[in-house]
Design a protein around this ligand. Structure first.
Ligand SMILES: Cc1ncc(COP(=O)(O)O)c(C=O)c1O
Length: 447
């Protein structure tokens, strides 16, 4: 089943931008997605009606407290967490992960080991490597090339009785590989280690179930799923309780406050709720489109529980399905089913098109592999920045470089030549835009 989400485009004012007379086409989603009006309005509404610091005995402060509590619940619904107290906010994923690594690092002694992977964004490598200064040994797991998958055999060898933390990404922001995070969490726990998952790149594309994964901590960033620039940390209650965070004296020692140093980005957090509601509403649209199909048999046909699995798609919430179709969790699961059904065919079209352009080399798994709809490639004879500029001048926005997946780009031997060009599909992407991108790339590659 194909789902067309193009109706949602009217919610994104930034899609009206023109460059040299041409409509902007945003393929830069893996670096940050566009934002629907309801998110922009929620941020503005916060300033108009609730702007204050928290925990005060007056109206705007109470509204701020309510907003933050509601946002924790919305994120808990999105991630399948048990309680809103398992959700902390921060400036971005990287800063939260440094706070997490510093806290976990307090209990580590020289010779303790941490496992990371060469596939990962530096935000899930650097914070752990920083602990080397206290004698902790960091073991990077190799990446299989050319597939760009973690070498699970190497990972199994790296995890030993000395391992205290296993940190890995849910999906690669450079090449889209989706990792077997559940297997890795279980491996980490088999030696008593903590598992930390970086879900920043995966979160916009598929449903997450932290209880099913079994991870101790998971991080993501709202600006990658049409929200404001707010970092998110999930900590399983018992793991979060044990965490010895660095904090100031008046700060609550309880989760989630114990890791939230200083004043939060309240207006951004207000917008996070609407970003999640936006995803949930895409699920409603999926149900309506499924019901309108000729021969549609049951009302539940398009729910994630009953929907046909897409190639490479992780079945959302398999062990913890939200039974109540009206619940936000259930609507979010349907929303991600809709996003996958919209993005997959566009991605297949993109990958087919790239394969047909002479001089284009694509990195990573094939289109039907276990991956997100994000692809990186090079164009023979053209610097990646050159390709991005060529496209950018035509209103087509793509990223170039290494996107902080620095180690992977080094392993691919592309660091010296400027890295890769990266293209990502989002809920607002259309087939017309993919066609435009491919045409422009053909022209670029032939020059
Ligand atoms: C996979 C991945 N991890 C971590 C980050 C860092 O996120 P933040 O910008 O919130 O620090 C990014 C940002 O691009 C990312 O793609």
């Amino acid at each position: 089943m194909h789902v067309d989400l193009s109706f949602c485009r009217q919610e994104f004012p930034a899609l009206d931008i023109r460059v040299n007379g041409r409509m902007a086409a945003y393929f830069d989603g893996p670096g940050g997605t566009q934002v629907p009006t309801r998110v922009i309005e929620a941020v503005a509404r916060y300033y108009r009606e609730a702007n204050a610091n928290c925990h005060g005995e007056f109206a705007t402060s109470r509204r701020t407290d309510e907003t933050i509590t509601a946002a924790r619940q919305a994120v808990a619904d999105m991630l399948g967490a048990t309680s809103p107290d398992e959700i902390a906010f921060g400036p971005n994923m990287t800063t939260l992960n440094f706070a997490l690594s510093r806290a976990l690092g307090r209990a580590l002694t020289p010779g303790d080991e941490i496992v990371i992977t060469d596939l990962d964004h530096e935000a899930n490598r650097g914070p752990w490597q920083a602990l080397e200064e206290k004698g902790v040994v960091v073991r990077p797991v190799r990446v299989n090339l050319p597939e760009c998958t973690p070498d699970y055999d190497d990972l199994e060898r790296a995890v030993t009785a000395r391992t205290r933390v296993v940190a890995l990404g849910y999906a690669s922001n450079a090449v889209g590989t989706i990792n077997d995070v559940k297997r890795v969490a279980s491996l980490a726990h088999s030696v008593g280690a903590v598992c930390v998952v970086d879900a920043v790149h995966y979160a916009p594309h598929g449903a997450i179930d932290v209880r099913d994964i079994g991870c101790d901590f998971l991080l993501c960033s709202a600006y990658k799923f049409s929200g404001p620039h707010v970092g998110i940390l999930y900590g399983r209650r018992d793991a979060f309780e044990r965490l010895a965070t660095y904090k100031v004296r008046p700060q609550s020692p309880r989760p989630p406050h114990k890791i939230e140093t200083g004043t939060l980005n309240h207006e951004g957090i207000a917008g996070v709720i609407e970003a999640i509601e936006f995803i949930a509403d895409l699920g409603t649209a999926l149900r309506q489109q499924a019901a309108a199909l000729p021969g549609s048999v049951s009302k539940g046909a398009a729910t994630p529980e009953a929907g046909a699995p897409q190639p490479g798609a992780v079945q959302p919430d398999a062990d913890h399905p939200a039974k109540d179709p009206a619940s936000r969790r259930s609507r979010i699961l349907s929303g991600f089913a809709a996003i996958e059904l919209h993005e997959r065919p566009l991605f297949a079209m993109l990958m087919d098109g790239l394969a047909s352009i002479p001089g284009v080399t694509v990195y990573g798994l094939p289109a039907d592999g276990k991956r997100t709809p994000t692809v990186s490639f090079t164009v023979a004879g053209r610097h990646p920045a050159d390709v991005a500029r060529f496209l950018g001048d035509r209103g087509i926005f793509v990223w170039h470089g290494d996107f902080y997946a620095t180690t992977l780009i080094e392993r691919l031997g592309l660091a010296e030549s400027g890295g890769v060009v990266r293209v990502g599909i989002a809920p607002y992407t259309t087939s017309e835009e993919v066609g435009r991108l491919l045409e422009a790339l053909k022209e670029c590659a032939s020059k």
